[in-house]
Design a protein around this ligand. Structure first.
Ligand code: HAM
Length: 448
């Protein structure tokens, strides 16, 4: 019998209904937390707009071949971390996207998006990697990414870095440092690769099984092994930076000079190779010590060869992506989370005519841009008032049948202890605004 026939897939075993849980490493985001996300996204949207980046959306599913060709077949992401499956309906090999640079470039090539010239785009959304879940590392996580498509110069690399520095400061985050490196061009990487293979072959006894295999297939990937036992050997390996020619060095120096001009501090990290194969020249990561092991909040670089790899014309490009969960975690640690937005009004209503009138009252207040939480589900007046207090609203608007008949509402300031005031519905928004404005200008001394 198959699982579905026994019901095990549906969480039913031996007639008992088990509680179903989310997939490991995939998070539910409840409203208090989602508000933080919304305000983070609002800051991010505004920041990106000020640099002229425009939003773009691509599918969550792509052909697996896209990621093999772009990120590289011999990378942790493609070898171990992709959610891949065969679509049984048409025998297509598909994967949930582990990142969105490949999709962005695929879409740009497919739709001749750069026909009229270079483009700056950004995206946000979930990405999927089957990694071992821990703080800051999830199987469904979210990125905000920016891609500058069709730009060759170091000025765009510098712009991307200066942008990130500005965002950290606008989010109130300090302690994020920039690590910078250059991966040169293809010929330089080939020369480095030959030296690296010689070095690794001499140290083959120190390599773990993965790295021995990669020595044959993709030796640069040995350098981003996280195996602690290999770190001192990796430290001693030939550095790509030492293989750079004049042109690559000029590009690197220009990026460094421009970000220095903008006041962005950085460290050159010659060991920084990134975990994806598409990079050349500038690569970078923004790192912090405040998040434990998963300290990289943003990574990116130049990927001038990727368009061709995906079947497009040679097109220079550069970009970055940041981990939203990690940044929000940092904001929480730095006590920079925005306040949760509370309703302005809790609308209490009792009586048959009052219940109908309350609908009109709620809409009239919302016309005046007030946030109104209407009591639902009936119940005694006292219980409704308790709900009003618990809601955090500044004001309760109370409607009974008498008020409904008179076209009035009673407004009660929930913090002052003052008796409620009857006002005509047309005057209610102004009255409530004055109360809430007073509340903002007088400091609160505890709740009453
Ligand atoms: P990446 O370094 O693989 O680069 O990911 C970028 C960021 O996403 C990381 O620095 C981290 O903050 C976050 N991240 C990655 N994996 C996880 C995870 N499992 N859980 C939580 N956060 C995670 C890229 O994805 C490239 N597409 C960046 C890029 C854009 N390069 C050029 N353009």
């Amino acid at each position: 019998m198959t699982d579905s026939a026994t019901g095990r897939d549906e969480g039913i075993s031996e007639g008992r209904i088990e509680t179903l849980r989310a997939v490991r490493g995939m998070n539910d985001i409840f409203p208090d937390e989602a508000e933080v996300w919304l305000s983070f996204e609002a800051i991010v949207r505004d920041w990106l707009a000020r640099y002229g980046y425009r939003n773009m959306r691509t599918p969550l599913l792509e052909h697996t071949a896209l990621f093999r060709r772009s990120i590289g077949a011999v990378t942790d992401i493609v070898e171990k971390e992709m959610y891949s499956f065969t679509d049984a309906l048409n025998d297509e090999h598909l994967s949930l996207r582990p990142e969105a640079t490949a999709s962005t470039v695929r879409a740009a090539v497919e739709h001749s998006f750069l026909y009229g010239g270079p483009q700056r785009v950004w995206y946000t959304g979930p990405m999927f990697r089957h990694e071992k879940p821990q703080r800051g590392r999830y199987r469904q996580f979210h990125q905000v990414g920016a891609e500058a498509l069709g730009f060759a110069g170091p000025d765009v690399d510098a712009e991307l870095l200066v942008m990130c520095a500005r965002l950290w400061s606008e989010l109130g985050l300090t302690d994020i440092r920039l690590q910078l490196n250059s991966l040169g061009n293809l010929a330089e990487r080939r020369a480095h690769r030959a030296a690296l293979v010689r070095f690794l072959t001499d140290h083959v006894a120190d390599l773990d099984a993965d790295s021995r295999r990669r020595l044959e297939t993709n030796p640069l990937r040995v350098l981003d092994s996280k195996n602690p036992a290999m770190q001192s050997m990796i430290e001693a390996a030939p550095r790509l930076l030492d293989f750079l020619g004049d042109e690559s060095l000029r590009h690197f120096d220009a990026v460094r000079a421009m970000i220095t001009e903008a006041g962005v501090a950085y460290d050159v990290n010659p060991r920084l190779v990134r975990g994806l194969d598409y990079y050349n020249l500038t690569v970078f990561e923004w790192v912090t010590d405040r998040l434990g092991a998963q300290g990289t909040v943003c990574g990116g670089g130049r990927y001038d060869g990727l368009f061709e790899h995906i079947g497009g014309k040679p097109t220079p490009a550069a970009g970055f992506a940041m981990g939203v969960e990690r940044l929000i975690d940092l904001m929480r640690g730095a006590d920079r989370l925005p306040a949760v937005r509370l309703p302005d009004v809790y609308l209490v209503h009792m009586g048959e005519r009052a219940d109908r009138f309350a609908i009109r009252v709620g809409e009239a207040l919302r016309d005046a841009r007030l946030a109104v939480l209407t009591h639902a589900g009936g119940g005694r007046f006292r219980d409704q008032m308790k709900r009003a207090d618990a809601s955090g609203a500044r004001v309760a608007v109370i409607v009974g049948d008498d008020e409904a008949d008179a076209g009035q509402v009673s407004v009660k300031d929930l913090r002052s202890g003052e008796p409620q005031t009857a006002v005509a519905l047309v005057d209610a928004p102004g009255f409530i605004r004055r109360l809430t404005a007073q509340a903002q200008s007088t400091p609160q001394t505890g709740t009453t």
